[in-house]
Design a protein around this ligand. Structure first.
Ligand code: UTP
Length: 290
């Protein structure tokens, strides 16, 4: 049995960087090629053995519930017309009945607050957190590597990637200790450090396996940077209590929370597809040459 059974998907943010698109549409439903961001995250969780899916939602996010629910009318129409491949594309993605739960954050008070809102559904088990706007493509599911580290250590694990010095101030940066077979020991972490204060070039990516004690820490901490309840602040409280490792991301991570990262993901994933009814390379070349 997989030791990590439940994943939390915080999807309660306002997505202001994508306004006006996100005024009525959840950011996590923005499509990369033809699949919404949240579907990539759920697929990655499934590939890591996750069995229960907790979505922390907010106002205007009901499209996410509809996406993972059955649409009998559409299914019947596609079946009548013999469009079997399209029918599979909407039924293969469905979560099994009773495995998805939705909890409202009520106010977007920060990522840490969103995770805390799932506490009653998590109980006393370690759990995963996936941020759908970090899309990770290629070279095996990132979350599975964190689950494997947890299986070895019983502790927490987070995904990291190398960033340039001038980019460190956009991320949470870890202070690394020994490199072991389980990953890089985490000795500390700093949220958005000034370039000369970054303890390493290893930035935290939106994939976590956390021990349940984090919920208590989140519940008792006040707001941090930007007036929000920050997950990084609570993670710091887990260091030294039980093993805590960082695991470098294999594959490529696209920051789909920014317009350029979202564009990059769409181009990269389109180029990796052969079923788009044309040659995406030729299309892109033509645009670049005009
Ligand atoms: P972001 O930091 O990208 O914030 O959240 P945001 O509100 O979605 O987007 P911007 O900055 O206004 O453009 C990272 C993830 O954490 C979730 C978001 O939904 C996103 O998946 N989140 C953030 C919450 O669930 N609740 C919050 O209060 C904040």
């Amino acid at each position: 049995m997989n030791a990590i059974r439940t994943a939390v998907f915080p999807v309660g943010g306002l997505g202001t960087r994508f306004l006006p698109a996100t005024k009525a549409l959840p950011k996590e439903m923005l499509p990369v090629v033809d699949k919404p961001l949240i579907q990539y995250a759920v697929d990655e969780a499934r590939a890591a053995g996750i069995e229960q899916f907790v979505f922390v939602t907010g106002r205007g996010k009901s499209a996410i519930e509809d996406h993972f629910d059955r649409n009998h009318e559409l299914e019947a129409t596609l079946a009548d017309k013999g469009k079997d491949e399209l029918l599979r594309s909407i039924t293969d993605d469905l979560l099994d009945p009773g495995t998805a739960a939705y909890v409202r954050q009520m106010e977007p008070l920060g990522l840490g607050h969103a995770v805390w809102c799932a506490r009653h559904l998590i109980g006393n088990e370690p759990f995963a957190v996936l941020l759908a706007d970090d899309l990770i493509h290629g070279d095996g599911p990132c979350l599975a590597d964190l689950v494997a580290t947890h299986a070895r250590t019983g502790g927490s694990a987070i995904a990291v990637m190398e960033v340039d010095a001038d980019e460190a101030s956009r991320y949470g940066i870890i202070e690394p200790g020994d490199r072991t077979d389980a990953g890089i020991e985490v000795l500390g972490m700093v949220e958005k450090p000034a370039p000369d204060e970054a303890p390493s070039n290893l930035a935290i990516v939106g994939r976590y396996v956390l021990r349940p004690e984090v919920m208590e820490l989140l519940g008792s901490q006040g707001s941090g940077a930007g007036g929000e309840i920050q997950l990084t602040d609570a993670l710091r409280g887990l260091i030294g209590v039980a093993p805590f490792h960082a695991v470098p991301v294999r594959g490529t991570r696209y920051d789909c929370g920014t317009k350029l990262g979202f564009l990059e993901a769409n181009v990269a994933l389109a180029l990796s597809r052969h079923d788009l009814g044309g040659d995406p390379r030729r299309v892109l070349r033509a645009i670049l040459e005009t």
